[in-house]
Write a new protein. Structure first.
Length: 198
């Protein structure tokens, strides 16, 4: 059975993998996201995923697959990661309401045995509801948007504020299962070998 290491502290990414039958070990990369500048939203998500994956792969060694991911919301061509504080989250939501953004998630999968890596970025179009100022305040006060790219979730309190998406739902959660399956196959492994034996 092939073992997977998730190079992310994201509870949503871990829950997505577990729901798909995979029980990864988790090693947080410690990569400082603010160190990468001057890239467009999709390129930024890809580069951060590569850095996180490489950092953890160097740490764990052995024979496993290491998956690094990073999500960035694109609005008006600008890359929006996690908001710095509550005030920024409020400003973001006032700009996002009734608008459409694109959630980019970079995925980098590295086979520590061969040293080979496969990288791809998923993009999902997100339509935001016309939320009120009171709803924005309550949402930011919940703390949820302060810990996630784009200051929203689709699988938590923020789900009610997303009217629809175009593309892979899992990509918005932070990890595209169909895309990761493709990367696993590209590196010569079988997706079903990652399933934990129950």
């Amino acid at each position: 059975m092939t073992s997977l290491v998730l190079a992310s502290a994201s509870p949503a990414r871990l829950a997505t993998l577990k729901a798909a039958g995979i029980e990864p070990s988790v090693v947080v990369s410690g990569v400082e996201e603010s160190q990468v500048t001057g890239l467009g939203p999709a390129q930024l998500a890809r580069r951060l995923a590569e850095l996180k994956c490489a950092a953890v792969a160097a740490e764990v060694g052995g024979d496993c697959l290491v998956l690094g991911c990073d999500s960035v919301l694109e609005l008006d061509g600008e890359a929006l990661g996690k908001p710095a504080d509550a005030d920024e989250a409020v400003r973001r939501w006032r700009a996002m309401r009734s608008r459409v953004g694109v959630l980019h998630t970079g995925h980098c999968l590295r086979d520590t045995a061969s040293g080979r890596a496969a990288v791809r970025t998923g993009a999902t179009v997100v339509h935001f509801a016309d939320v009120t100022d009171d709803e924005i305040t309550a949402y930011v006060d919940s703390g949820e948007p302060l810990h996630v790219a784009g200051a929203f979730t689709i699988d938590g309190l923020g789900g009610a504020f997303v009217t629809r998406i175009e593309g892979d739902h899992h990509n918005v959660v932070g990890l595209s299962l169909p895309l990761v399956r493709e990367l696993v196959i590209e590196l010569g492994h079988r997706w079903t070998d990652l399933w934990s034996r129950r």
